[in-house]
Design a protein around this ligand. Structure first.
Ligand SMILES: [Zn+2]
Length: 142
């Protein structure tokens, strides 16, 4: 049985070196879709409690990325923003590579997978930058 939940978060990013408009700092209201599963339901008939799952995703992903600037660790803009944004030093997030939807999807998968209870398995993560464009990662089925 699967559970499906959706979340939104607002963040700025840029793809340094991109030939088009993504090279400039800009923002998105991202949408994160998550599917998890369990072989058996718990005594209440649930894969897991929706609120517990939401809290877990909030701590694993949203608290770090919402209202943050997501940049590659080697992007000089990260240091430039951090040096003047003293009110929110933790709102510049340095990623291990370009902050594409694909990278965010992988990072969200890893962070959520680490935080899930042992009996719950992550099945799919999708992150949309816009209503029409995004990235997804799903567990391969045999
Ligand atoms: Zn973008």
């Amino acid at each position: 049985m699967e559970l499906e939940t959706s979340y939104t978060f607002d963040a700025a990013h840029r793809i340094r070196g991109h030939a088009g408009k993504c090279a400039g700092l800009h923002g998105h209201t991202y949408r994160l879709d998550l599917t998890v599963s369990a072989e058996r339901l718990d005594p209440l008939g649930m894969v897991m409690d929706f609120e517990d799952l939401r809290e877990l995703v909030r701590k694993a992903v949203l608290d770090r990325w919402d209202h943050a600037t997501l940049l590659a660790a080697d992007d000089p803009l990260a240091e430039a923003i951090a040096s003047v944004q003293h009110e929110a030093p933790d709102r510049v997030v340095r990623l291990d590579g370009h902050p594409t939807a694909e990278r965010l999807t992988r990072e969200a998968w890893s962070a959520i997978e680490r935080a899930l209870p042992a009996h719950v398995r992550i099945e799919r993560v999708a992150i949309r930058e816009t209503p029409t464009s995004g990235s997804a990662l799903a567990r391969l089925r045999p």
